[in-house]
Design a protein around this ligand. Structure first.
Ligand code: ZN
Length: 103
């Protein structure tokens, strides 16, 4: 499935979704509110509309998943778990932390 087919299906889906007496959130709106939805700052009625859209729109569920995956990968890249402990950290401190963890 190419990019064109995907965007056409998104458009059709957005046109056909109505639910619960709430305003029909289209796929385009869902994408616009995605960051707010994930950070929990969306007003309750918009949050509900968002959830309802996801229940009936596999395309947006897939988009949401890939978005979250991208955010996760970005955070992991910044965290650098393989980075060495800086030389400035004293050995005693490292040992104390390791000992505390074992408790
Ligand atoms: Zn959608």
């Amino acid at each position: 499935m190419g990019t064109v087919a995907f965007s056409v299906s998104l458009y059709l889906c957005g046109e056909s979704l109505f639910f619960n007496g709430l305003w029909p959130m289209t796929c385009r709106e869902l994408v616009e509110f995605l960051a707010e939805y994930l950070s929990g700052t969306l007003p309750p009625d918009q949050h509900a509309a968002f959830d309802t859209h996801l229940e009936s729109c596999p395309e947006c569920v897939a988009y949401l998943k890939s978005y979250q995956e991208t955010v996760k990968l970005g955070k992991e890249a910044f965290r650098r778990p393989d980075a060495a402990v800086p030389d400035a950290v004293p050995d005693e401190l490292v040992r104390a932390i390791l000992a505390a963890r074992r408790k």
